[in-house]
Ligand binder design. Structure first.
Ligand code: PLP
Length: 481
């Protein structure tokens, strides 16, 4: 048998997942019992005083008291001081199993020594930045080209947000068309044109505070998984400037929180070809995590452009880039005199030696250790164990995974949408509150999750780590029964 190359051992039965999710949001919430929640929250008063002090102080100097918008902040932001492989330690010395993984990049586990050593070597010889060319830029671009089926050329940038901005700009420059179509609910970073239809499909500019109408006037959203909706937009756009690109997260919005049917991307590819739009895969999460060939390799589909972030530097700053067809990527300006005809992108610290050396050696280590597949197995084990617990306590909760991306929907808030606006208005806040509570309850047991509903697994998640985690999850889930 061929060695498994991708993290997803079995693609979820998407219809069945939606049926379970529909049942979840069709019934009353099952939060942690009140007296148990008090007990879980007492942990933070009893054991996290230094974090509390720091976060209180931070509120005076940092908007919202925290710089990173993904950090999970209920009842208050935890200050982390030390990391190693599968674990994080807060400033009060408490240890946590890390299923946040910084939002996805640390697929090798935290503070992975072989990469750290290479970064130190770079710092000792070159320092972090020169503003001039470094050989590691080339090495990284060559490696991405070798690993990712649809990447002929690669441009390194500072973040996933920048990668998306660049991809959209290139698509417009290349096609000379206007619109970009995204999927409602999907997150593609925080650039003006992409803060549109975030979280809840159909909400358009609801979260576009501070963005002029012009910033989003060439963005459209379609309903998740609706090819008919996509086709309708493509047809209409033909009459008003055309569609430059369709951008998708290939596993579905929010890293597969609304999973796509297996053949969805292929159908989107066909529609893009029919209407002369470019297909952009946002592989900020899936790139390298789903496998070294990304979701494009897993599904066997070639997007015209691919956006990278997160794993591209293995957790080191600055993680972003765009790759794809050489004829499209050549639309980017390079060097003085390259502008005018070409699309303007760049950045003082883009592709600095530190990011490139970290990215290059992280990707090599992912390959050497088969980390995507091993992390995927940990994801399978975690999901299977969670399902056993859900059944044991007769809970309506839903768990499924796409390799090392594990979903545990307990409140179902991410599944509400504008098709049922009355339910949305009534339930959005309480269900969001429950999601926060679940996150805090897990944390009180020594588990850090992404927003209480998603877990990323890594190379460091051995069977022992996962089984330990399942014991901690059980304490919380039993309290919901
Ligand atoms: C799918 C996707 N695209 C783009 C981004 C933006 O990347 P960054 O936070 O590096 O700007 C994210 C970040 O979480 C993401 O998940």
């Amino acid at each position: 048998m061929d060695e498994q190359k991708y993290a997803i051992s079995q693609y979820p039965d998407v219809k069945e997942v939606y049926a379970r999710l529909d049942r979840l949001i069709g019934q009353p919430m099952r939060p942690v019992r009140r007296e148990k929640m008090q007990e879980f929250l007492a942990y933070f008063d009893d054991h996290c005083q230094r974090s509390k002090q720091l976060s209180d102080e931070a509120g005076q100097f940092i908007p919202g008291g925290v710089q990173h918008n993904l950090a999970f902040n209920y009842p208050f932001p935890m200050a982390i001081e030390k990391t190693d492989s599968a674990y994080l330690w807060d400033v009060d010395g408490n240890r946590y199993i890390d299923f946040l993984q910084a939002g996805g990049p640390t697929l090798l586990g935290s503070n992975y020594e072989p990469v750290r050593r290479k970064v130190f070597e770079m710092l000792e010889t070159c320092g972090p930045v020169t503003g001039l060319f470094h050989e590691y830029e080339l090495k990284l671009a060559q490696l991405v080209n070798r690993l990712m089926p649809a990447v002929e050329m690669f441009r390194m940038l500072g973040s996933g947000t920048e990668g998306v901005m660049a991809a959209i700009r290139a698509a417009r420059a290349f096609t000379k068309k206007r619109y970009v179509i995204k999927v409602g609910g999907a997150y593609h970073g925080w650039s003006d044109s992409m803060v549109y239809g975030l979280h809840v499909p159909g909400t358009g500019r609801l979260e576009s505070t501070g963005i002029p109408r012009g910033g989003t006037s060439s963005t459209e959203e379609i309903f998740p998984n609706s090819l008919a909706d996509l086709k309708r937009h493509l047809i209409l756009n033909r009459l008003r400037g055309g569609t430059a690109a369709v951008i998708v997260e290939p596993l579905g919005p929010e890293s597969g929180t609304r999973p796509v049917p297996y053949d969805f991307n292929q159908k989107v590819r066909e529609l893009c070809d029919e209407f002369g739009a470019l297909l952009i895969f946002d592989e900020v999460v899936t790139g390298f995590r789903v496998g070294l060939g990304g979701a494009q390799g897993y599904f066997g589909i070639k997007p015209d452009l691919t956006v990278f972030g997160k794993c591209i530097t293995g957790g080191y700053p600055m993680a972003g880039g765009v790759g794809g067809r050489a004829d499209v990527i050549r639309c980017f300006a390079a060097g003085i005199g390259g502008t005018g005809e070409r699309a303007y992108i760049g950045g003082t610290l883009s592709a600095n030696p530190l990011s490139c050396v970290a990215g290059y050696h992280s990707l090599l280590e992912l390959e050497r250790t088969n980390a995507p597949v091993i992390a995927g197995r940990a994801g399978d084990r975690l999901t299977q164990g969670l399902q056993v617990l859900i059944d044991k306590y007769s809970l309506p909760f839903v768990t499924y995974n796409q390799g090392s991306i594990v979903h545990l929907e307990t409140s179902g808030v991410m599944l509400l949408d504008l098709r049922n606006p009355i339910r949305l208005a009534r339930e959005l806040k309480p269900r969001k509150r429950m999601m926060e509570e679940m996150g805090a309850a897990y944390m009180s047991q020594g588990l850090i999750t992404l927003a209480g509903s998603r877990m990323y697994t890594s190379l460091a998640d051995t069977d022992e780590v996962i089984d330990d985690a399942l014991g901690k999850f059980e304490t919380v889930l039993a309290a919901c029964a």
